[in-house]
Design a protein around this ligand. Structure first.
Ligand code: OAK
Length: 829
């Protein structure tokens, strides 16, 4: 039975809104509709920004329709759902990706051309949604694309920061400056405000226990609201649409009426501004924990609102709490949402009258935790006093959780106080801390690392005690992946076209393993020619950008070597820039004859440093200043260029990655959990120059240039560097020479870089000096292969088409099968 009104009128109206995906006129109609209504503009009063906005609004209509259909279908099917909690979503732009996933790219290009616009220009009007720092946030974005494409009933939850990752500027002396990123100051066509979906969130206050029960009452303090904004994420070649629900903090009331009446207008709006702060800005740290109260407020607001939303949906099913884990799974993207474990306990025990033991059983079947780093400085541990002030009830529950847990440890290992101290959720000492990773492990049913080596290292180092306690099966690996839609189809359309044409279908876009069928093409001369033309086109496109934006003229026949990632000591941009200086010195020394035999390189860097990370900022400064000297040295011709592209972003990555010949992945062995820029670069045909990681295993070591100490040697070398130090000129004479050159002032006042070189002269924690020689040797091998361009292209082809395993579809399917227990629910056509 039709629920409301006249069925025919409804259905005719719904059909009238449908657009044939092939019909350019139909699409143009919808765009013009938005020009004249939503934007209140006319044909004579249009610019590219307005054209972008109208086009985006037209695409948004398509997305919302699919979003509605998906939601209705999934509600009717009531499957188990997966919720992906990530404090970062590094989405980038959406227009191109959306029209590609909808299968309407050509139609939109056609329609907008007929309306007098160039589609590429419209795409460039869009601002990046940069609600993330780097790997972790971009991974979430790839995963939601894969969830939609695999038709999994999944939603992402995050925070709607008013300001995303800062805009990076460079001063005239090469210093990083940070400017705000007000990405919402134009209207954001990709979000749907859900002002009716709002949940109360409490901070501070006090707790009163309820006699003879596990329950307590938490009251007082400060209350605010978390309001939902939805971002529909279309799958590729499916009607299914996933959702990212982002929360924005709002005051409960616009103003405090009491102080308003008392004539204190300022005070009446003060409370609201404090609340508004909570979702104001993304914390700009990558792989680094900062311990700020506001950050804990963000984490709690986000996880509490998400849980309330998830449980409201579950309660509509009218099932007992004991079945919660049959209907929902919550994946925690690192420890940032770990407070959710205590929050679910609080809701069950205090609000839903579930006894503590039962609540714990329910809770520990719902959560799974992904670890993204073994770096100790990234592990979250909250100062206990701060935690207690903000979330007093949660701390009580964590004490109880820890008490029960310690009891179990003591039972297994009686009198092993040292073990208890190591494993406790509370770190004793002055001050005391709450260790979020320990809470995440104790409260989850599964914990995973993000690459084979990383997962092994987790189990043998930071989580070793927990492996003994929980057993090996409790820990698992899910290797990261990237979406081939954005990272090939969208950013490298010519390569995508070559692949589709050669395979005879575009199925590789949803089944990346099919790329393997193209491995034999490495031996096909014509294919190699086509490949080289595409790479050259992409390099030209990048060279134009470098000339326009940086005024640097580069040689498009040189080796484009890209190191594009956050600036961090463990990633060792230092190793790269020191090797560049070494190369420059060699060129300067060489005779004209010798120079003729040298291969030309263009080194490209891009990446932001955390605003408070002094050494990382110094590395940027060195790169920029070395670049200035080298790029302006006419004597060396075009044998060497060094570019630092400011304000690295998803959009810039989309231009850089297809143009790369060499992918520089040179972190100290064992420190990079599971790089993902390497996957994007490899699938676009860049050869890997790096420390040993698992891509080498997959692409075959033959295709890569590997160097450096291995993960299991690092500890020993580190120990020697600190306790049995050999002077630098013996550890690495080449590096010592490079340092002398820097100290001679060629790249500006030498004092500036003292604190940087000091880290190497002294402890050299990241083994820069220990790996320097073998890094130079690896570059020499690159030179040799580049000299034989046929061999180079073969290797590039073999690298790219061996990348099938690194599709995020494979990763997400692994999660679905191995952890989440959710199945595909495809919306019928
Ligand atoms: C960020 C904040 C805290 C802890 C870890 C991170 C982070 O971004 N880690 C990175 O995660 C990526 C996705 O798994 C990996 O590709 C990177 O190797 C890892 O550093």
């Amino acid at each position: 039975e039709w629920p409301i009104g006249d069925e025919t009128t409804w259905k005719t109206a719904l059909d009238a809104n449908d657009v044939d995906p092939e019909d350019a006129q139909g699409v143009a109609n919808t765009v013009v509709h938005h020009i004249t209504t939503s934007l209140a503009r006319q044909a004579g009063n249009m610019d590219t920004l307005a054209a972008y906005q109208a086009t985006a609004l037209s695409v948004r209509d398509q997305l919302i329709k699919r979003w509605n259909e998906t939601t209705t279908y999934h509600t009717s099917r009531a499957p188990k759902r997966i919720y992906y909690l990530s404090i970062e979503w590094l989405i980038g732009r959406s227009l191109d990706n959306a029209v590609l996933n909808l299968g309407m790219r050509n139609t939109y290009e056609d329609a907008t051309r007929k309306l007098g616009f160039n589609f590429e220009d419209l795409l460039n009007e869009e601002r990046d949604a940069a609600l993330g720092n780097g790997g972790l946030g971009r991974l979430a974005a790839c995963y939601i694309d894969s969830m939609a494409t695999l038709c999994l009933p999944g939603w992402g939850y995050g925070l709607r920061y008013n300001y995303g990752i800062f805009k990076q500027l460079l001063s005239s002396t090469g210093e990083q400056l940070e400017a705000p990123d007000p990405w919402l100051d134009r209207e954001n066509p990709w979000e749907i405000p859900r002002l009716d979906v709002a949940y109360p969130i409490r901070f501070y206050g006090h707790v009163e226990s309820v006699p003879n029960s596990d329950k307590a009452v938490w009251q007082g303090g400060m209350e605010c609201l978390a309001v939902a904004y939805d971002t529909p994420i279309p799958g590729y070649a499916t009607k299914n649409c996933a959702n990212i629900r982002l929360w924005s903090a709002k005051p409960v009331q616009g103003f405090d009426l009491n102080s308003f009446n008392a004539g204190n207008y300022e005070a009446s709006v003060q409370a609201s501004s404090e609340v508004g702060n909570i979702t104001q800005v993304l914390y700009p740290n990558d792989n680094m924990y900062a311990g700020k109260l506001l950050r804990l407020q963000q984490q709690y607001l986000w996880t509490s609102a998400s849980l309330q939303d998830i449980l409201r949906r579950f309660l509509k099913l009218d099932k007992p709490w004991s079945q919660l884990s049959d209907f929902i799974c919550i994946q925690m993207n690192d420890t940032h949402p770990t407070i959710a474990i205590a929050e679910l306990m609080r809701i069950l025990v205090d609000e839903e009258d579930v006894p503590y033991d039962q609540a714990w059983k329910i809770t520990t079947k719902v959560f799974a935790y992904t670890n993204h780093t073994v770096l100790p400085e990234a592990l979250e541990k909250w100062e206990l006093s701060l935690f207690e002030k903000l979330l007093p009830r949660h701390l009580q529950l964590i004490y109880r959780i820890n008490y029960e847990f310690m009891g179990q440890v003591a039972k297994r290992w009686p009198n092993d106080m040292d073990r208890m101290r190591r494993m406790s959720i509370i770190e004793e000492g002055t001050p005391k801390y709450v260790r979020m990773a320990h809470l995440a492990i104790v409260g989850s049913f599964k914990v995973n690392g993000v690459a084979e080596l990383h997962s092994q290292l987790l189990q043998s180092t930071i989580f070793r005690d927990f492996v003994e306690f929980k057993g090996r099966d409790f820990f698992t690996n899910v290797t990261n992946g990237i979406t081939p839609r954005r990272w090939v189809l969208q950013c490298n359309p010519e390569l995508a076209e070559l692949v589709t044409h050669t395979l005879g279908s575009d199925q590789w876009l949803t089944n990346a393993q099919l790329l393997r069928n193209l491995l034999p093409m490495a031996e096909d001369v014509n294919f190699r020619k086509a490949w080289d033309v595409i790479k050259k086109n992409n390099k030209r496109r990048l060279a134009d950008v470098l000339e326009e934006e940086l005024g640097i003229l580069v040689n498009v026949d040189s080796i484009f070597a890209c190191q594009i990632k956050r600036m961090h000591e463990y990633k060792r941009q230092t190793l790269n820039i020191f090797a560049i200086i070494h190369r420059y010195m060699q060129i300067k020394k060489a005779t004209p004859e010798e120079r003729k035999k040298m291969q030309p390189w263009t080194f490209i860097f891009a990446g932001k440093a955390a605003p408070g990370y002094y050494i990382a900022k110094l590395v940027i400064r060195l790169i920029v200043n070395v670049g200035k000297v080298i790029n302006n040295d006419l004597d060396i011709g075009d044998l060497l260029n060094v570019c630092f592209i400011p304000d690295y972003s998803v959009s810039i990555a989309e231009v850089l990655i297809p143009a790369a010949d060499v992918s520089v992945q040179i972190s100290t062995a064992g420190t990079e959990a599971s790089g993902t820029s390497n996957m994007k670069l490899a699938i676009n045909g860049a050869l890997l120059l790096g420390t040993v990681d698992e891509i080498a295993e997959d692409a075959g070591e033959d295709q890569c240039f590997m160097f450096g100490h291995l993960a299991d040697q690092v500890q020993q070398v580190r120990f020697n560097n600190s306790y049995n130090p050999i002077p630098l000129d013996q550890r690495s004479p080449e590096l010592a020479e490079v340092f002398k050159y820097i100290e001679s002032g060629v790249f500006g006042d030498a004092h500036i870089y003292e604190s940087l070189t000091k880290t190497v002269y002294e402890h050299d924690y990241y083994l820069v000096s220990n790996d320097f020689g073998s890094y130079l040797a690896a570059q020499k091998l690159v030179d040799d292969v580049w000299a034989n361009r046929d061999e180079w292209t073969k290797k590039a082809i073999l690298t790219a088409f061996a990348m099938g395993d690194f599709s995020s579809d494979r990763s997400v399917q692994d999660y679905a099968d191995g952890i989440w227990g959710v199945e595909s629910e495809r919306v019928p056509e």
